[in-house]
Design a protein around this ligand. Structure first.
Ligand code: FDA
Ligand code: NAP
Length: 436
């Protein structure tokens, strides 16, 4: 069993950014990353043609950590001969398709460290050790099904958001979550999709509604939303500061009241909100249909889906309006853009959970350097990229801070490694805790 300094679980943008931070660090460390997909892909099922990024291109994999990095989005543009035209376009927000090309370009430079079709299924301590300085990680080959093991002195878990369906709704061939949208849509014969519905009032719902309105010119398209209309995502300059690297400190070291204020006042920077341009586009479409007296885009507001039933070949959706009226809608397909739960590493940690410290709400305690606080029996580091909204704030599940966060994790691993090598691990831990 080979043991690495760092093992990354999942290889989305967060751990790609970590691989780059490791690559750029002068002290070489051995690293391996395991990803269950068959190749690199970032929310591929939502790569809709006109969808744009929700952050500036400068918040790429490396720039905020190292503005001279050869892994920057600007380097990517330069290498592809597009830098002047990108600048002439005068837009901070590239399309998701172009950003995906950038991520793939960066991935090719570190791909020798990544194993695809490799799902991490559990972790445990090696037998017979005292204070364990490494853990064993089980990796299932998703094509063959066999399990192999690697050792890790540090694990960085970055398995991403978890798709959420309303209670009791089960996905099938005609009932989809937005995270599987394009794959499911492309498997259908468009002519069969005469009535479709999209549930939710967030960015995914608005983008899918627009896409289906374009892609299915013969279809009735229903948007079922719990609000009175879409609300705009606040990306104005003062509000956008909640995603700055400095905001992580303000959140982490802030009082309960301060942390609560972040969520109360700034949730609308990200959750259940939509970019201004998409909102205006959709409204223009519905107004245009009204003018032409040919309506096929329908917005059912103040409405939630309570149940989905299969009736013969039909999918019947039960709707609950906030006026107390219940109704039904028969659809050929329905997309639940009903959001995501944040990353929860506890299932993967398995046996290791008993060493992990939790707060009064049962949530993992996480140090400022993103390391899970553990008892002293566990000497190896478990780091989280994601799932730290309760400790590190709003940017935890987003791209805004991944370059800086990855750099902080690498520095922490290096400091701890040096501490162990000098035999001062215990003393170092004490100092670090005092400082925190
Ligand atoms: P991400 O989910 O990207 O990657 C996790 C990886 O881990 C996946 O590839 C998965 O297959 C793998 N994995 C999971 N379990 C595993 C296991 N047990 N073993 C091995 N591999 C495993 N944010 C933002 O700041 N700006 C934006 O523009 C957008 N846009 C955006 C679009 C859409 C459609 C969504 C749904 C979300 C966004 N986001 C966003 C938020 C989003 O969370 C963020 O962009 C990144 O995906 C976070 O990157 P991660 O690498 O942390 O997770
Ligand atoms: P989201 O913002 O959490 O929105 C989910 C929506 O579904 C909410 O409006 C929610 O309403 C609604 N909902 C849940 N259950 C419902 C039900 N039973 N009936 C009716 N409505 C229901 O999720 P998202 O839109 O998928 O966005 C998630 C993340 O991905 C965000 O960070 C977003 O910015 C990002 N994203 C980015 C892009 C891009 O970069 N272009 C594209 C898509 C998504 P309640 O809140 O009232 O429950």
């Amino acid at each position: 069993m080979k043991t690495y300094d760092v093992v990354g679980v999942g290889f989305g943008p967060s751990n790609l950014s970590l691989a780059i931070a490791l690559d750029e660090h002068p002290a070489g460390m051995t690293a391996a990353f395991f990803e269950r997909q068959s190749s690199f892909g970032w929310h591929r099922n939502m790569l809709l043609p006109s969808a744009t990024m929700q952050i500036s291109f400068l918040k790429d994999l490396a720039t905020f950590r190292n503005p001279t990095s050869p892994f920057s989005f600007v380097s990517f543009l330069h290498e592809h001969g597009r830098l002047p035209r990108f600048v002439n376009n005068q837009d901070f927000f590239p399309t998701r398709q172009e950003f995906h090309q950038y991520l793939e370009w960066a991935e090719t430079r570190v791909s020798h460290q990544v194993s695809y079709r490799s799902e991490v299924t559990s972790m445990r301590l090696p037998q017979g050790t005292g204070a364990a300085t490494h853990v064993k990680i089980a990796i299932r080959d998703t094509s063959r099904g066999d399990i192999r093991w690697v050792g890790a002195r540090n694990v960085v878990v970055s398995t991403g958001l978890v798709p959420r369906m309303p209670h009791g709704v089960i996905a099938d061939q005609r009932v989809w979550h937005s995270s599987e949208f394009l794959g499911k849509f492309q498997a259908m014969n468009p002519a069969e999709l005469r009535t479709v519905a999209v549930v939710g009032a967030g960015q995914s719902a608005a983008e899918i509604t627009r896409f289906m309105h374009d892609a299915l010119p013969h279809a009735q398209v229903y948007s079922i939303m719990p609000s009175y209309g879409y609300s705009v995502a606040d990306d104005t300059p003062f509000a956008n500061q909640v995603f700055d690297p400095a905001a992580v400190d303000d959140y982490y070291y802030g009082s309960d009241q301060a942390r609560e204020a972040f969520w109360r006042y700034h949730r609308n920077t990200n959750y259940s909100v939509v970019d201004d341009e998409v909102i205006r586009d959709l409204f223009r479409r519905t107004y245009d249909e009204e003018v032409r007296d040919h309506r096929r885009l329908h917005f059912l507001n103040l409405t939630r889906v309570t149940e989905v039933k299969r009736v013969g070949d039909e999918t019947r959706v039960l709707l609950d309006s906030m006026a107390g009226v219940t109704s039904e809608l028969d659809v050929d397909a329905i997309v639940f853009a009903s959001g995501y739960d944040s990353m929860d590493p506890t299932r993967l940690l398995g046996d290791l959970n008993r060493f992990c410290l939790t707060d009064e709400h049962g949530r993992l305690r996480v140090e400022r350097d993103y390391r899970v606080a553990t008892t002293s029996d566990l000497g190896c580091g478990i780091y989280l990229q994601g799932g730290t909204e309760h400790t590190h704030g709003l940017s935890s599940a987003l791209l805004s801070n991944i370059a800086v966060r990855s750099g902080e994790i690498v520095e922490s691993i290096m400091r701890r490694k040096a501490g162990f090598e000098d035999g001062f691990a215990g003393a170092f831990e004490e100092v670090r805790r005092d400082a925190a």
